[in-house]
Design a protein around this ligand. Sequence first.
Ligand SMILES: Nc1ncnc2c1ncn2[C@@H]1O[C@H](COP(=O)(O)OP(=O)(O)O)[C@@H](O)[C@H]1O
Ligand SMILES: [Mg+2]
Length: 196
Amino acid sequence: MVYAVEVDNLVKRFGEILALDGLTFKVDEGKIYGLIGPNGAGKTTSLRIMSTLILPTAGSATVFGRDVVHKASEVRRLISYLPEEAGAYKNLSGYEYLQFMGKFNSDDEDDLKAMVEDAAAISGLGERLRDRVKTYSKGMKRRLLVARALMHKPNCSFRRADQRLRRFAFLSCSWHNQTVRGETRRHCAAFQSQHA
Ligand SMILES: Nc1ncnc2c1ncn2[C@@H]1O[C@H](COP(=O)(O)OP(=O)(O)O)[C@@H](O)[C@H]1O
Ligand SMILES: [Mg+2]
């Protein structure tokens, strides 16, 4: 059986700092998976390795059976990564932002149109998508970014859990919950969160 994500004895060193010391876990397809730990535990480092952004020092990680080091370009086609510090272009409207980002995923006009419509629906932002991103609240920006991360229907999405979730039970925010549950019918979503 092929796991959505399989991490085996992953080690990452930054000079003297041992950021990951033999991390091992498996995630089945269709599951939401949380990485929870205090600051400095290695959550971001492991997501960055799984997203092919940095190389592990030792050990392996695969996404749907593709090694993140040796099959990095195949892995990139299967995933989306929404980094903590992601920002949207503030002078664009939400629609313009989704269109702009969609062009990275497809040249086909019909494809792009369908992708943007999907993302618009996922965002739940309705008419506000016509307004500039700089007028959005923090929560609205986050919705837009999550919609962007899911617009090309990745098989696996990596992102940081919404800050608000920390105050409730894990993944209890309803919009996020519904969005992620819906997406995991097709995908695996991996999350990280911090200790409250
Ligand atoms: N680029 C880097 N260079 C040096 N040390 C790093 C780098 N990235 C992370 N670290 C260190 O690796 C450890 C794990 O960090 P990180 O993965 O960001 O943890 P978390 O996301 O769980 O808070 C920390 O000690 C951090 O300082
Ligand atoms: Mg982190």
